[in-house]
Design a protein around this ligand. Structure first.
Ligand code: ADP
Length: 665
């Protein structure tokens, strides 16, 4: 008697292979694999292997890795399923797996794992088989091909069932059912339902089993899968028998027979007749049982179905015996024993081969593990490389960001530097302006001291004269003094006005409004004003010009210049010297000159004049104090009026100061 597990696996296989040809075009790989598991035996093993070896060489020639992987798997399967040479089979599967790994052929990996799992299953190592089916499952998940996944899941479910883990098994089959709308081949759905029904039978849950078998039957019928339908009817009959429903059992066995007959499927016919015979035999209806066993024998003989043959011989012998036909009973008994012996021998041979293979498979397992380790190492390396690559990208990105940031900061700094420079320049400019303003202020005060002291001195002398000699002065004298006093005061007032205006001009608040006036008259007026001062040093001021010369300038400022120059001449000319005033027309200009016979200046001193930074000053011949600012003021005023001021001087002989003004024709 076969074990429940064996029954389960074999029954599963029948349902599994019976419909394999139909969907060859749509999912060739799943069909290809299922055909591999159920090879025909029309061609000799050697013939098949030789042919595939030739193809393998051709595939190698054209470097078709995919073809090589599948040919290796085909050769391996031939060794496993037909020659029971599991060691050789495993060798070939390993080669296929290693090639699929290195060529990154995911399908190749899935079927290599499935094939390896098959060998472990065949040699009774369910645990290992499961392990490789799980690997096949992992890879098939990444392929995302529903039929492929369903095939793996059904195989996994069966392996879990065989490993006595029905819950896990049910889960896998349910998963297949959840895929049913995406499946191109209905076989996988029917197979999952069939497998679940089988599990229920094992659990003695017959009504559930019936339900699932019927669902599977509906799928088979819908797709006109005759053989599958027959198999299911047989199974349903068997379940009814287990449920003691003889009537339904018989009806289903008969229906199965009909379906197989229609399909002319001898193997199925033999099984169906045997089932009917057994049914009647169990009912002790030997007369009915006999013809069924005879017909089963006929079909089993023509289809060379050993199991069916053995059953037929066994029960024909028993039935004949029961019917009292001992002679025939003996003949069938002998035939049964011979068949049994033959099959036992075959099974023994297979067991022997398996046993031999088992030892070798342990070694192969190590090889597989090594292969797995290599694969995992490679995956780790790849992951490492990817990580390094990611780091690199990250670094490059970071570098880029840093460069951009640096560039941005640099630009920002450059801009702020530029702004800072501009601000600095502005500050510097303002500084210079401030210094100039400060210098202007200094000049202003100095000029006040310088230019106001003189007139105030003469005013004091007038007032002294009036106070001290009032009695001695006649009315006319007093009038003259008062007039002079008034004149001096007016001049002083004018001067003060001038200074204030100059100060304003320095701060940029005033224009030197030009006007037309007679420069000769201005020279005369200043000569008169300073006459007393000159007379005190017994200096003669000569001004012999009478013809007016019109110039265009600001009269007040030019008056200040003239007065300053005459003052200086008086100051730096010893007693009995002569000062000569002149105005001469030259081209479009009028050159005004103040010449003296004074101390003169060296070239070094001349170079220092008119410069605020050097501010040269020496005391006068009568030890008069000075500020060194008078000439700077003069030059400033002349230039503001559009003219130039310069000096020609010789030490010990005297100096001539010139300045030019715009002439008016
Ligand atoms: P201050 O007369 O108050 O010193 P100025 O600017 O008027 O200031 O003159 C600067 C200096 O130039 C004088 O101190 C003197 O050394 C020289 N200087 C000016 N005018 C004459 C001149 N006519 N003859 C000789 N030296 C002169």
């Amino acid at each position: 008697m076969r074990s429940l597990l064996g029954q389960f696996l074999i029954a599963g296989c029948v349902g599994f292979f019976s419909i394999s040809v139909s969907a060859q075009e749509t999912t060739p790989l799943t069909t290809w694999y299922r055909n591999l598991l159920a090879p025909g035996d029309s061609e000799s093993i050697e013939g098949v292997l030789k042919r595939k070896q030739d193809n393998l060489l051709a595939a190698l020639e054209i470097q078709d890795d995919s073809a090589r992987v599948f040919l290796l798997l085909e050769m391996g399967m031939t060794q496993a399923t037909r020659a029971y040479k599991y060691e050789e089979a495993m060798d070939l599967f390993l080669k296929a797996l290693s090639l699929a790994d290195s060529a990154a052929l995911l399908n190749g990996q899935v079927y290599a794992y499935l094939s390896i799992a098959h060998v472990f299953n065949e040699t009774g190592n369910i645990e290992k088989s499961l392990q490789f089916l799980e690997r096949a499952h992992d890879v098939s998940l990444s392929i995302k091909q529903p039929d492929n996944l369903a095939l793996v899941l059904n195989a996994l479910g069966k392996a879990y069932a065989a490993a006595d883990q029905p819950e896990e098994a049910f889960e896998r089959f349910e998963e297949v059912l959840s895929l049913k709308d995406q499946l191109q081949q209905p076989d996988f759905e029917a197979e999952a339902l069939f497998n679940m029904a089988q599990l229920y039978v094992l659990q003695k849950s017959y009504s559930n089993a019936l339900d699932y078998f019927k669902q599977a039957l509906a799928v088979r019928r819908k797709h006109r899968e005759r053989i599958g339908e027959g198999v299911l009817l047989n199974e349903i009959g068997a379940v009814y028998e287990l449920m003691n429903n003889a009537e339904r059992a018989l009806a289903n066995y008969k229906a199965a027979l009909e379906v197989f007959q229609l399909a002319d499927y001898k193997k199925g016919i033999a099984e169906a007749y045997n089932n009917l015979g057994l049914f009647y035999y169990r009912q002790k209806n030997y007369k009915q049982a006999l013809p069924n066993f005879e017909l089963a024998l006929q079909s089993a003989q023509s289809s060379q179905t050993k199991d069916a043959l053995r059953t037929s011989y066994d029960y024909l012998s028993l039935t004949c015996k029961a019917l009292g036909d001992y002679k025939r009973a003996l003949t069938y008994r002998e035939l049964f024993l011979a068949m049994n012996e033959f099959m036992a021998k075959e099974e023994n041979d297979q067991k022997l081969l398996e046993a031999q293979s088992l030892y070798a498979l342990v070694k192969k397992e190590q090889e597989i593990e090594k292969l797995e380790l290599v694969k995992r190492d490679r995956e780790r390396e790849l992951a490492e490389q990817q990580r390094i690559q990611q780091y690199l990208y990250l670094l490059i990105g970071l570098g880029f960001v840093i460069i951009m940031l640096t560039l941005y900061l640099y630009l920002l700094k450059r801009r702020s530097n530029h702004q800072l420079k501009q601000i600095n320049e502005t500050i510097e400019r303002q500084n210079v302006q401030l210094q100039q303003l400060n210098a202007t202020k200094d000049k202003f005060f100095s000029i006040i001291g310088h230019d106001i002291k003189g007139p105030l001195n003469s005013l004091t002398s007038f007032s002294n004269l009036l106070i001290n000699h009032f009695e001695a002065l006649s009315k006319e004298d007093i009038q003259t003094v008062a007039r002079d006093l008034d004149k001096s005061l007016k001049n002083l007032f004018t001067l003060l006005n001038n200074l204030l205006e100059w100060a304003r001009s320095q701060t940029g608040n005033i224009d030197f409004n030009p006007e037309s006036f007679d420069i000769v008259a201005v020279l005369g007026q200043n000569k008169d004003l300073l006459q007393t001062q000159a007379a005190a040093k017994e200096i003669t001021i000569l001004h012999e010009q009478n013809n007016p010369i019109q110039v265009r300038a600001n009269q007040q400022s030019i008056t200040t210049v003239v007065r300053n120059l005459i003052s200086n001449a008086i100051k730096f000319t010893p007693a009995h010297g002569v000062i000569k005033l002149g105005a001469e027309q030259k081209d479009n200009e009028v050159i005004v000159s103040v010449a003296d016979t004074g101390v003169g200046m060296s070239q070094a001193v001349v170079a220092k004049l008119f410069r605020l930074d050097s501010k040269h000053s020496t005391p006068g011949t009568a030890n008069e104090k000075g500020t060194g600012l008078g000439l700077i003021l003069c030059k400033d005023f002349v230039e503001k009026n559009g003219g130039k001021l310069w000096v020609e001087s010789e030490e010990g002989k005297g100096s001539v100061f010139y300045f030019s003004l715009h002439k008016i024709d």
